[in-house]
Ligand binder design. Structure first.
Ligand code: KIV
Length: 267
């Protein structure tokens, strides 16, 4: 299978093929995702919530993101690896944005970065694109804005908010973003945005009319159980399976069933 590239992602929209993306944060899962033929592996700052146990993505650092991006890149033979820029790694100024984003490509082995925001980050997207750092934009329910939004709330339900999001989508496209994540917005608005821009939209909680879909790994596998958003479909329910394995191991050691002679080295 051919390597997935930034231009290939753009072409997929033109040829009407859906773009499939899953988040990953380590080598073993990234390898399985890559081997399953998934187009994009997003090293998301959701690592803060689903791996680190934080309440939000805000505490995640650039060094942590680079650490996870390196592991994922080592495993991804075909998929496009996108590194997610954490809070405060692109908000301060353009110079630091370019330097920090560049580290995802230089040290992390990613092919692109993702950052949250619309018109407000257009100058960042423009600068990164100019220096050949491809950008996946991300608008709607942007988790790094949790405090402004007053929680993880669906965005774009009201007329002006919807118009602002449509304007954001067009602005990030003009700034050079090669794709656009639409998170937590009404399905009809996602459809309208998707029809209004040339770049592919990748939805999460944005209905079926986006050009692709992204899902958080731990949601997809039933490994994140603190809460289940409406848009999450668990394709596997691994929590009880893993839990059973741990309990079985404990019981087998306690009752002398593990290890057996076959599982031991003779002298
Ligand atoms: O960090 C992340 O995993 C994301 C996806 C939810 C799109 O931004």
């Amino acid at each position: 299978m051919d390597k997935v590239t930034v231009p290939l992602i753009a072409q997929k929209k033109q040829s009407g093929q859906k773009i499939i993306a899953i988040t990953a944060y380590d080598f073993p899962f990234a390898k399985l995702i890559d081997e399953a033929g998934i187009d994009v592996i997003l090293v998301g700052d959701t690592v803060g919530i689903v791996v680190q146990g934080e309440e939000s993505t805000l505490p995640v650092t650039l060094d942590q993101m680079l650490y996870h991006t390196k592991m994922v890149s080592r495993a991804a033979k075909r998929a496009l690896v996108v590194g997610d820029m954490p809070f405060l790694s692109y908000q301060v100024d353009i110079e630091r944005t370019v330097e920090n984003a560049g580290r995802f490509l230089k040290e992390g082995g990613a092919a692109a970065v993702k950052l949250e925001g619309g018109a407000t980050v257009a100058d960042r997207i423009e600068a990164l694109t100019r220096f050949d750092i491809p950008v996946m934009a991300h608008i709607g329910l942007t988790p790094q804005s949790v405090h402004r939004m007053g929680g993880y709330k669906i965005q774009g339900r009201k007329g002006q908010q919807a118009r602002d999001l449509l304007n954001d989508a067009k602005t990030v496209e003009s700034a050079g973003a090669f794709s656009l994540v639409l998170e937590g917005i009404p399905a009809p608005l996602a459809k309208k945005i998707t029809e209004s821009v040339q770049i592919p939209t990748i939805g999460i909680g944005a209905g079926k009319n986006c050009d692709g879909q992204v899902m958080v790994l731990h949601d997809l596998l039933g490994l994140f159980t603190r809460f289940q958003p409406k848009f999450v479909r668990r394709y596997a329910d691994l929590t009880p399976i893993i839990s059973d394995a741990f309990r079985q191991f404990k019981s087998d050691v306690e009752t002398g069933k593990f290890p057996t002679e076959e599982e031991s080295y003779p002298s």
